[in-house]
Ligand binder design. Structure first.
Ligand code: FMN
Length: 311
């Protein structure tokens, strides 16, 4: 099997361009990084709140892959064309988001029970777009059995690659990934496959790598966010020291850049608390660390607590 290729998973509210750039400065490069989803909006090329996140001054368009969420082929094509014209080499469609306010509108994993609907959209997309266009899916909305009817549809199109998170939408992030279903289904797809889901440690990675012997693409989300040293460890196969000074510097870069960008302390604190929900796990007593951060309602209070946590 050829070398492993690592992707940063999109985590909306966490992995914005500030996070992506700070991560790579401190912990090493991903091969590719997906942006959190950009919703299509009728009549508007790019939803204005997402323009900064995809601006070329903050992103390498050969490694950053903007992700679209939507279910109207014309809107998806219009947004994708705009992204390619900016210089992005590749674009991704979200067919996995589990949130009911999304799935109710037949978007994200809400598309998966409707293979004919997917067929109609992909047919339009792949007849209009010749650049690399990939999809990110779960295995169904209510049941992984739904995917058996989606596979023949996906196999009709030159999908650049398919990332599979082997849960259903109904599961949200609960329960376990269904590795048996992943194994059964990925071998039926003719495309390049990227595995995503619950890679929390090198041990999880080794288990999947051994089991899915023809897969060499791995998308890391919550695991690498809570333990950013994991990327280097998976690449090198060697245990990496968890150096908290590096984490402090990573934190400070995100804090300072976000402070310049976000309006008001409430937004900044909200964003930093979201990050701490992950990085608190690097400390001996994650629960206590997270609670002490979450209690803060002022920037001064927050900064004092962060100083104490890092010691
Ligand atoms: C807070 C949060 C936000 C997410 N936002 C997105 C998103 O914008 N687009 C997407 O495709 N998946 C999104 N996901 C799903 C992740 O990309 C990934 O598929 C999922 O977390 C499983 O991978 P992991 O176990 O490595 O985290 C999100 C997940 C979380 C927890």
């Amino acid at each position: 099997m050829s070398r492993n290729i690592f992707y940063l998973a999109p985590l909306r509210g966490v992995t914005d361009y500030i996070f992506r750039n700070a991560f790579e400065t401190h912990f090493g490069r991903f091969d590719y990084l997906l942006t959190p989803f950009i919703p299509t909006v009728k009549g508007i090329v790019v939803n204005p709140s997402h323009i900064k996140d995809i601006a070329l001054e903050h992103n390498n368009p050969l490694r950053v892959i903007p992700q679209i969420i939507g279910n109207n082929a014309d809107d998806i094509i219009m947004l994708a064309r705009h992204l390619y014209s900016m210089g992005y080499a590749s674009v991704n469609l979200n067919m996995g988001c589990p949130h009911p306010q999304i799935t109710r509108k037949k978007r994200g994993s809400g598309m998966l029970p409707y293979p004919d609907f997917i067929d109609a959209i992909l047919s339009r997309i792949y007849s209009s777009i010749k650049q690399p266009f990939s999809v990110k899916v779960r295995l169904g909305l209510e049941s992984v059995d739904e995917f058996s009817l989606v596979i023949p549809v996906l196999n009709k199109y030159p999908i650049h690659e398919i990332t599979i998170h082997p849960r259903t939408g109904a599961q949200m992030y609960d329960g376990t990934v269904d590795l048996d279903a992943f194994e059964k289904y990925y071998r039926c797809l003719k495309h390049t496959i990227c595995y995503n889901g619950d890679l929390w440690s090198k041990q999880d990675f080794d288990t999947c790598r051994r089991r899915f012997d023809t897969v060499n693409r791995w998308m890391l989300g919550r695991g690498v966010t809570q333990d950013p040293f994991m990327l280097e460890e998976l690449r090198s196969g060697v245990l990496v020291k968890r150096d908290l000074a590096t984490v402090r510097s990573f934190h400070d870069e995100i804090f300072n850049r976000s402070r310049e960008r976000l309006c008001g302390p409430a937004h900044l604190l909200g964003k930093m608390k979201e990050l701490w929900a992950y990085i608190a796990n690097l400390f001996d007593d994650p629960h206590k660390v997270l609670k002490s951060v979450q209690k803060q309602s002022s920037i001064d209070g927050y900064s004092g607590v962060v100083d104490r946590i890092f010691g």
